[in-house]
Design a protein around this ligand. Structure first.
Ligand code: ATP
Ligand code: MG
Length: 269
C-alpha cells in the first residue's frame, strides 16, 4: 500500500512517536434514517487531550463507540496507534482495546461489587489472580482518584462524583495509553467537576495519557483541552486551541459557547 492510499500510515522511516495516537478520516455513520456522522476528520496526538463539543444528539457518543469498535462505521478510516481498525477481527480488536480505556456516559458500576472489586474487574477479566498484585494495583488507582479508604464501600453509598472517579479508575487500571471520556462531569456540581478535570489533567501528566473528552461543559473544555473540536451536523466544523476557539467570531460557535438556541428554537447545548 502506498502512502497516498493510507494517509495516516507513516512512512517506514518515521518513528512511532511521530504518529498520532488516533486519526480518523472521512468517517460516516447512518443509523436508521439518520445520517449521524457525515465525514469526520480528526487526529489526536500522543499525550494530547482533545475535547469534543457539540449539540446533544449530534453523534459524539456514536463517534467514541466507533473509535473502540463497539460500532462499525459505514465508511472512512480509523487509525489507532498506527493501525487501521476497520475490518479487524475480534482478536485484533481486543489488542487495540487494550490500548484504550473508555469512561461511558452512564459510567455504570457493578452495584453488587465493592469499589475495590469494581476497579479490579478488568484485571480479573484479563486473568490476573494474584491477590498481592490486585491489591497493589487497586491501591495505586485509589490513590490516583483520591479515594483511599473507600475501597470497601458499595456503589450505592457513593456520591455521583465518587462513582465517576471509580468508573475512571476501572477504565485506566490496565494502563491504556489512551482514555476516552464521555461527559465525565455531567450532573456534577462545579467543585466536583473541577476535581474530575484536575484528575484528567493529572493522568495526562503522570502517565502521558492521550485523552479524548466529550463534554457539554465549556468550563471543563477550557480546563482540560489542548485542542477543542466542535462536531456540527456530522462533521468537525472547527478544531483549534482553546484560545483560537475563544477568539473565533463564527456565529455558530459563539451561539454554541453561549448556549443560545438556533432559529428553530432548539437548544444548542
Ligand atoms: N444504538 C443506537 N440505535 C439507534 N439510534 C442511535 C443509537 N445510538 C445513537 N443513536 C442516535 O444517534 C444520534 C446521536 O447520538 P449520540 O448518543 O452519539 O449523541 P451525543 O452527541 O452523544 O448526544 P448527548 O450530548 O446527548 O450525549 C441520536 O439521534 C441517537 O438517537
Ligand atoms: Mg453522548
Amino acid at each position: 500500500m502506498t502512502a497516498a492510499t493510507t494517509p495516516f500510515a507513516p512512512p517506514v522511516s518515521e518513528s512511532t512517536a511521530a504518529q498520532p495516537m488516533i486519526a480518523v478520516r472521512g468517517l460516516t455513520k447512518t443509523i436508521g434514517p439518520q445520517k449521524i456522522l457525515r465525514g469526520v476528520d480528526l487526529h489526536v496526538g500522543r499525550g494530547e487531550t482533545l475535547v469534543i463539543i457539540g449539540r446533544s444528539g449530534g453523534g459524539k457518543s456514536v463517534l467514541l463507540k466507533n473509535l473502540v469498535g463497539l460500532m462499525q462505521p459505514d465508511a472512512g478510516e480509523i487509525w489507532i496507534d498506527g493501525q487501521n481498525i476497520i475490518g479487524m477481527n475480534e482478536r485484533e480488536m481486543a489488542a487495540v482495546r487494550r490500548k484504550i480505556g473508555i469512561l461511558f456516559q452512564s459510567g455504570a458500576l457493578f452495584d453488587s461489587m465493592t469499589v475495590e472489586e469494581n476497579i479490579a474487574f478488568p484485571l480479573r477479566e484479563a486473568g490476573e489472580r494474584d491477590p498481592n498484585v490486585l491489591r497493589q494495583k487497586v491501591g495505586e488507582m485509589l490513590e490516583v482518584i483520591e479515594m483511599e479508604g473507600h475501597g470497601g464501600k458499595m456503589p450505592v453509598s457513593l456520591s455521583g462524583g465518587m462513582k465517576k472517579r471509580v468508573g475512571l479508575a476501572r477504565s485506566i487500571i490496565r494502563r491504556p495509553s489512551c482514555v476516552l471520556y464521555d461527559e465525565p462531569t455531567a450532573g456534577l456540581d462545579p467543585v466536583v467537576s473541577d476535581s474530575i478535570n484536575r484528575l484528567i489533567r493529572r493522568l495526562q501528566q503522570r502517565f502521558q495519557m492521550t485523552s479524548v473528552v466529550v463534554t457539554h461543559d465549556m468550563k471543563s473544555a477550557f480546563h482540560v483541552g489542548d485542542r477543542i473540536a466542535y462536531l456540527h451536523e456530522g462533521r468537525i466544523y472547527f478544531c483549534g486551541s482553546p484560545a483560537e476557539l475563544e477568539r473565533s467570531g463564527d456565529p455558530l460557535i459563539q451561539d454554541f459557547m453561549q448556549g443560545r438556541s438556533d432559529e428553530n428554537g432548539s437548544s444548542v447545548t
